[in-house]
Design a protein around this ligand. Structure first.
Ligand code: ATP
Ligand code: MG
Length: 237
């Protein structure tokens, strides 16, 4: 099993959208995908066709056996587990991550975790094979947050694969171009491509769906195919 943890370096950067769109891009290449919502907003399911009136998820379950009844499968075959509407603390999140990891799934299954931006990822006991994608936008706030994160990484034993990925890249902005060029030439863990700012992502969410199904020829869908292909090649080598 390949575990991918996706979180924003701050809130609202696009982790839920990226998890949902990446999950479908991986499914298109016949990868088995399970997406787990670790964020109390419990909005990941909305990208997979779940109605907002469906509020229950793993946080409502008293045991993992009961949590299993909250898994869904979308029309593309992505299996996902909503967070639910009960309070959960860091220990509950750690436990659901551990239990999901023990699931008896097919060899080669990918598990994508939508992590809240405030979570301390080092608490989740990531392993060498795990990949953490930390989403950033090309602005001054993320610039300073990245350097704080790099300092923090020096002080914890981080043996997982950590990448910064730019989301909502605005190709028309000179500032964003400059910041991205600076990061590319100076940052150790920056992914070699970005996800463009594309209205298609918002529009497809409005259809409770993803770019692949709503606008297969969009820039957004191309970007998620690139991300999926890059991850598959990273895992293979
Ligand atoms: N590449 C993109 N282009 C355009 N809009 C985007 C892009 N990525 C995300 N968005 C939009 O940005 C908003 C926030 O996205 P999303 O909810 O995925 O972020 P998040 O990091 O999960 O937020 P939170 O920290 O609140 O959980 C949504 O309206 C989404 O449609
Ligand atoms: Mg989110």
């Amino acid at each position: 099993m390949q575990r991918i943890f996706i979180k924003g370096i701050k809130g609202g950067i696009g982790s839920t959208s990226v998890v949902a769109n990446l999950a479908c891009a991986l499914r298109k290449s016949n990868v088995d995908v399970i997406a787990i919502d670790l964020d109390a907003k419990s909005d990941l399911g909305l990208h997979f066709g779940l109605k907002w009136t469906t509020t229950k998820g793993w946080s409502n379950a008293d045991s993992f056996e009961e949590a299993l009844t909250h898994f869904y499968k979308d029309s593309d075959g992505v299996i996902f587990l909503p967070f639910g509407d009960k309070n959960a603390n860091l220990n509950d999140i750690k436990t659901i991550v551990e239990n999901c990891t023990k699931l008896d799934c097919k060899l080669g299954t990918w598990m994508l975790f939508d992590c809240p931006s405030h979570i301390d990822i080092s608490e989740l006991a990531l392993e060498t094979k795990d990949i953490l994608i930390e989403l950033v936008t090309c602005d001054a706030i993320c610039h300073s947050l990245i350097y704080k994160r790099l300092q923090m990484l020096q002080n914890v034993e981080s043996n997982w694969n950590h990448f910064f990925l730019v989301n909502r890249y605005n190709a028309a902005s000179v500032l964003e171009f400059d910041i991205y060029s600076l990061w590319q030439s100076t940052l150790p863990f920056i992914a070699p491509f970005f996800i463009n700012l594309d209205e298609v992502i918002k529009e497809s969410t409005a259809h409770r769906n993803v770019a692949l199904n709503c606008a297969p020829y969009s820039v957004a869908n191309d970007d998620f195919e690139t991300l999926a292909g890059w991850l598959v090649s990273k895992v293979a080598f």
